[in-house]
Design a protein around this ligand. Structure first.
Ligand code: ZN
Ligand code: FE
Length: 260
């Protein structure tokens, strides 16, 4: 992370299992919030850090990602960026973003990567100078979002896009602390994966200590997230789907998780 010496990133719990994320540049004082489940924890975090919020990025329209937006915007005057497809659903957007857009905010370029499936509007944000990404409710640690508005092939395409687009050393933040249940499910489809077994044990320990399991890295996800590993021969064999398309294997894994 060559230019990251001047960035501080704070992640903190919001609501029951959401995260708030703040990125702060020590030189320009640019401070970005990603998603606002609730304004209060953001305001306390900003106050404790002595930061003034300048920008807000929204990943998708679900209430648990925007409920605090109006209050946080009113309290800080921050400029809000959010998905073009939700311009009529989210109140308070100042700038609309779409797949392929590049934002210049403070010292950072931010790449907007359309990752539909969970919702159609979902945007993941990638900060290439920092090697940091936020994948909203598209990719979680060892999991992925439930497919509500898109379809299974669309969600697979979005996860595959992230896998190909984000360098393996990218530090990844996401919308929810779902890691423990994701790990337990992952072991049912990829039971002989040593990296997964080790990580699942780490997650059980972290959660028993009340600690967060995020951020993750793309390298960790590629090694342990079954939803990214639909082309893996061991998973395909375990599911009795040798040689089938990754999209079909992904669909089977997602369907099993929905039933679980
Ligand atoms: Zn959501
Ligand atoms: Fe959510």
């Amino acid at each position: 992370m060559p230019e990251s010496q001047s960035v501080a990133i704070h992640q903190f719990p919001c609501l029951s299992d959401n995260f708030g994320v703040l990125l702060h540049d020590l030189v320009t004082k640019t401070t970005i919030a990603i998603d606002v489940p609730d304004a209060a924890p953001y305001l306390s975090e900003l106050q404790a850090a002595g930061w003034t919020l300048t920008h807000i990025l929204i990943t998708h329209h679900h209430w648990d990602h925007v409920d605090g937006l109006q209050d946080l915007k009113a309290a800080t005057g921050a400029v809000v960026y959010g998905p073009k497809l939700s311009k009529d659903k989210i109140k308070g957007l100042d700038h609309l973003v779409d797949d392929g857009d590049e934002l210049e905010i403070g010292p950072w370029t931010i790449e907007c990567i359309g990752t539909p499936g969970h919702t159609l509007d979902q945007i993941s944000f990638f900060f290439p100078q920092l090697n940091v990404a936020h994948t909203g409710d598209t990719m979680f640690a060892m999991g992925c979002g439930r497919v509500f508005e898109g379809d299974l092939p669309m969600m697979w395409a979005s996860l595959d896009k992230l896998a190909k687009r984000l360098p393996s050393d990218t530090e990844v933040y996401c919308g929810h602390e779902y890691t423990q249940s994701n790990a337990r499910f992952a072991l049912t489809v990829d039971p002989n994966n040593e990296a997964l077994k080790t990580r699942a044990a780490d997650v059980e320990r972290l959660r028993s200590e009340g600690r967060p399991t995020l951020p993750t890295t793309m390298a960790q996800e590629l090694a342990t997230n079954p939803f990214l590993r639909a082309a893996d021969p061991a998973i395909q064999t375990h599911l009795g789907m040798e040689g089938q398309s990754p999209a079909a294997v992904f669909a089977e894994i997602r369907t099993r998780k929905d039933k679980g």
